[in-house]
Design a protein. Structure first.
Length: 359
């Protein structure tokens, strides 16, 4: 696919006057981004990234088999967690149609990565994630900020009892320990969705395909561990792999919206697409290592404005978007990785304050 021109970052963005006459604050920016080719697919880039991930996965599996029943095999568990996270990012991008122009091809890539390689339902994830993108930080409509294990607004704490009440009081401290369970939780939610009779989004054939891939993943994963390692070694390997994988995902997703603006119903209704996405999102500064570790989600503002934009174009679009937001007087937040965690955990700590004071 054609590469984006290097001079895009230095191009002057359309001003407020253009936005006012275009019928939407977002329309001029969208037009500029499209003209610069930043929405064109980068299939070759993704093919290379997928190939690297699969080679690394094959090397790790081979290593486990060759090492055999030895505690030294556990050294490969963290490496498998990192590769699993990278495959999750590919599944995420395929779900947003970043890789191919056709739905079928993107779905095939997502089924292969999410269901078969990771044991996570692509249908469940897409439904949840699409609702998040449509309603970022909306307390009633965004599933990512609904009151569940964690709560994100003080009015959500009123009916917390027992362990949940204790957890809310200490949710800032418990956030990262809880993320170590995320890898397993994603599998549980996916299985529950696919095998629940209440799910109406899929045809029986689609559910059969998803369910079959999930079962194949679990059987193959457990067979690999329990036929090559002792029971104790297999259990420890599984825990290390899944906990580091969950922590990695938590570290990638936590900085994006936690502690950002939670709009009122009136604000959400009055904001257009530009403000809904920009004011509720936070970017993370960094270089290529940050891009790799966070799977491009460090460009959260650009990703939310243009969900189908291929990951390698997000870095190129970032200066354009920031300059346009400055001209439109829309607050554009960008911070360092550590500071983003400080802000997110600070917000969780503040939400739990009333329960700590009442204890």
């Amino acid at each position: 696919m054609p590469q984006a021109p290097a001079e895009v970052a230095e191009t002057t963005t359309p001003g407020p006057a253009a936005a006012r006459t275009g019928g939407s604050d977002f329309a001029p920016l969208l037009r500029t981004v499209r003209e610069k080719g930043l929405l064109e697919r980068r299939t070759a880039w993704y093919a290379r990234d997928i190939a690297v991930n699969l080679i690394e996965l094959a090397a790790i599996v081979t290593g486990v088999v060759l090492i055999g029943e030895s505690w030294w095999a556990l050294l490969l568990a963290p490496a498998l967690a990192l590769v699993s996270a990278q495959m999750s990012f590919i599944a995420h991008d395929a779900g947003h149609a970043q890789i191919f122009a056709t739905r079928g091809k993107n779905r095939a890539v997502q089924l292969f990565h999410a269901n078969l390689l990771l044991g996570m339902s692509q249908d469940w994830w897409n439904d949840k994630h699409n609702r998040h993108h449509a309603n970022p930080n909306h307390l009633e409509k965004d599933p990512d900020v609904g009151a569940d294990i964690l709560v994100f607004a003080q009015h959500q704490t009123g009916d917390r009892k027992g362990f949940r009440r204790w957890l809310t009081r200490h949710q800032a401290v418990m956030f990262f320990p809880l993320t170590t369970l995320e890898g397993i939780a994603l599998k549980v939610y996916g299985f529950r969705s696919v095998f629940s009779r209440a799910t109406k989004r899929q045809t029986p054939r689609e559910r059969l395909l998803e369910g079959s891939l999930l079962v194949i993943h679990v059987v193959a994963y457990l067979a690999l561990l329990f036929t090559t390692l002792s029971v104790g070694q297999a259990v420890v390997f599984l825990l290390i792999h899944q906990m580091i994988y969950g922590l990695h995902l938590g570290m990638a997703f936590a900085p994006n919206h936690k502690g950002m603006k939670i709009p009122t119903e009136e604000e959400f209704a009055s904001w257009g697409h530009l403000r809904r996405q920009v004011l509720t999102s936070r970017n993370i500064r960094g270089g290529l290592v940050t891009d790799w570790f966070l799977g491009g989600l460090n460009y959260q503002v650009e990703h939310h404005l243009f969900p189908s934009m291929p990951r390698p174009h997000l870095r190129v679009a970032q200066p354009l978007v920031r300059a346009y937001c400055d001209e439109m007087d829309v607050s554009y937040v960008e911070t360092g990785l550590i500071d983003s965690y400080r802000q997110a955990l600070g917000h969780l700590h503040e939400v739990g304050a009333p329960l700590r004071e009442a204890a």
